[in-house]
Design a protein around this ligand. Structure first.
Ligand code: KIV
Ligand code: ZN
Length: 519
């Protein structure tokens, strides 16, 4: 039987990044894009080029690196967005622009304040302009789930005529039931036929994103938009791993379809993204949750011992999960073993990053008896500062807060000079962050603080994620810090966020100077 390919469009780096706290820096995005390519996704939505200079830069670099997957940028139906998207993807071997405008009455009336005719005109102009940059243009009817089907047919006719090859019908607010998605997709499929590929993009507000996407495939959709670990705006998007494994495990039910995904890369991809974003999948998350293969009850354990398939519908190996939780390296491991481990985990890093990651591995191996894959992932991703280390933490000393006033002394290097200062605070973290503010002259406002342990054990590494704003009129910055000492990890995370902020400011300055020159 000739199976039809279902195009896997991954939007972890765009919609996924819209998850609160999931911002990533450019090097992290490049590592993720390389891993998504290894996973075999057809299209990587690498970001929203017009959103910020950082987004543009990341898409441009991903476009230069990725060769097998198509690299896509999102753009509103606005010329300046489309220009930014077109320029950012221009070096990609395979490129796509994804432009969108809302088509539901509620969005057109209250958000866009535009008539249906105006919306069609804008959509057509957007697609025509996008075609000046690339032949591969996708158009989305934002809030399709609440749009009039007749209007979606009309706008689809117009944008297909203008050159769109894919029509995406997002359930933006995650309100639709599977049978309603089935009706919408069948009607649109019957109408559009082979004039364009129909795509779906389902949000998970009612926990139905995956079910709705699978239903859409059965009724004519040939592209599904999804994210790793189900990350995404609000309750997230359809989870790639769930969609792909549902189609694989139930190959009898989805026998007419296939994907290009190498399922053995699912678990490594999920871990990479959890480590970088600091957002762990819930323990009972299907496919990649920590408990997905844990058999707790005696009856289940007995069944498993007798025959695995009594309680296991697919093996952990199928998603690349090694249940032995192998000890990977020890303090006697050399640089070559370390490098080969990194390659196995899917990292491609520059010599300089390798050297400093190896140094930190050696330091860690001196203190921590057992080093696991997740430790290595965390160690390497914490070295991926694409941003300049404008400020660098050199030393830190804390006073015990028990019964006294918490205080911290911190030494920071900046432009070759070391400065030490101290401060008191309401708590130890407050004291540390205040001292960093005093030394650097920046005043950060902490919006979020999260600490997770990378592996099991009292000597586990702490992974701290902070969200800080250094200027209320600019986007908040995310910083990550890693250490066996939670306070040290916190200080590193805070300084990381500050360095990202300064690098963004620098980029903005360069861009403004450039555009002033071209006027
Ligand atoms: O949810 C949505 O509608 C989107 C569009 C931009 C495709 O993310
Ligand atoms: Zn979305």
């Amino acid at each position: 039987m000739n199976k039809e390919n279902i195009i896997i469009f991954d939007t972890t780096l765009r919609d996924g990044e819209q998850s609160p706290g999931a911002s990533m820096n450019t090097s992290e995005k490049i590592q993720i894009a390389s891993q998504l390519e290894r996973l075999g996704v057809d299209i990587i939505e690498a970001g929203f080029a017009a959103a910020s200079p950082g987004d543009f830069d990341a898409i441009e670099k991903i476009a230069q690196r990725v060769t097998d997957s198509t690299v896509c940028s999102l753009a509103r139906a606005i010329d300046s967005d489309i220009k930014a998207a077109g320029e950012a993807i221009s070096k990609a071997a395979k490129q796509r622009i994804h432009t969108f405008i809302a088509t539901s009455p509620i969005h057109m009336e209250h958000k866009l304040k535009m008539t249906a005719d105006e919306v069609i005109k804008r959509a057509v102009r957007a697609v025509e302009y996008a075609r000046e940059f690339t032949e591969d243009v996708e158009f989305s009817c934002e809030d399709a789930g609440r749009s009039d089907i007749g209007f979606m047919k009309e706008i689809s006719d117009a944008v297909i005529e203008a050159g769109a090859g894919t029509i995406n019908l997002p359930d933006t607010v995650g309100i639709r039931m599977p049978s309603e998605i089935a009706t919408m997709i069948s009607q649109m499929h019957a109408y559009i036929a082979d004039r364009a590929i129909i795509s779906v993009h389902n949000h998970n507000d009612l926990g139905l994103a995956v079910a709705n996407s699978l239903e859409a495939i059965l009724h004519g959709a040939r592209q599904v938009e999804c994210t790793i670990n189900g990350l995404g705006e609000r309750a997230g998007n359809a989870a790639l791993e769930e969609l792909v494994m549902a189609m694989k495990v139930r190959g009898d039910y989805f026998e007419a379809f296939k994907t290009t995904i190498n399922t053995k890369e699912i678990y490594p991809t999920s871990r990479l993204i959890a480590t970088i974003t600091g957002i762990e999948p819930q323990p009972n998350k299907a496919i990649v949750g920590k408990n997905a293969f844990a058999h707790e009850s005696g009856i289940h354990q007995d069944g498993m011992l007798k025959h695995k398939q009594t309680y296991e519908i697919f093996s952990p190996e199928e998603i690349g999960l090694d249940m032995e939780d192998t000890l990977v390296l020890g303090k006697h491991s050399g640089r070559a073993a370390f490098k080969s481990k990194l390659e196995k985990l899917g990292f491609t890093i520059e010599q300089e990053e390798l050297n400093s990651a190896f140094e930190r591995f050696k330091e860690l191996a001196d203190k921590k008896k057992e080093i696991y894959d997740d430790d290595i992932r965390a160690l390497v991703t914490s070295e991926m500062g694409s941003v300049a280390k404008t400020y660098e933490l050199i030393a830190m000393q804390l006073m015990d807060s028990t019964g006294g006033v918490p205080s911290a002394a911190v030494t920071i290097r900046h432009e070759g000079r070391e400065t030490t200062d101290a401060s008191i605070g309401e708590g130890t973290i407050d004291a540390v962050f205040k001292t960093i503010d005093r030394i650097t002259g920046h005043n950060g406002r902490l919006l979020d603080y999260k600490v997770t342990s990378v592996t099991k054990g009292k000597d586990a590494l702490a992974n701290v994620t902070v969200k800080v704003t250094f200027n209320d009129s600019e986007p908040a910055m995310i910083g990550h810090g890693l250490s066996m000492d939670t306070m040290l990890a916190s200080a590193r995370a805070y300084i990381g966020a500050l360095n990202s902020y300064l690098s963004m400011e620098g980029m903005l300055k360069i861009r403004n100077e450039d555009s002033a020159k071209t006027v």
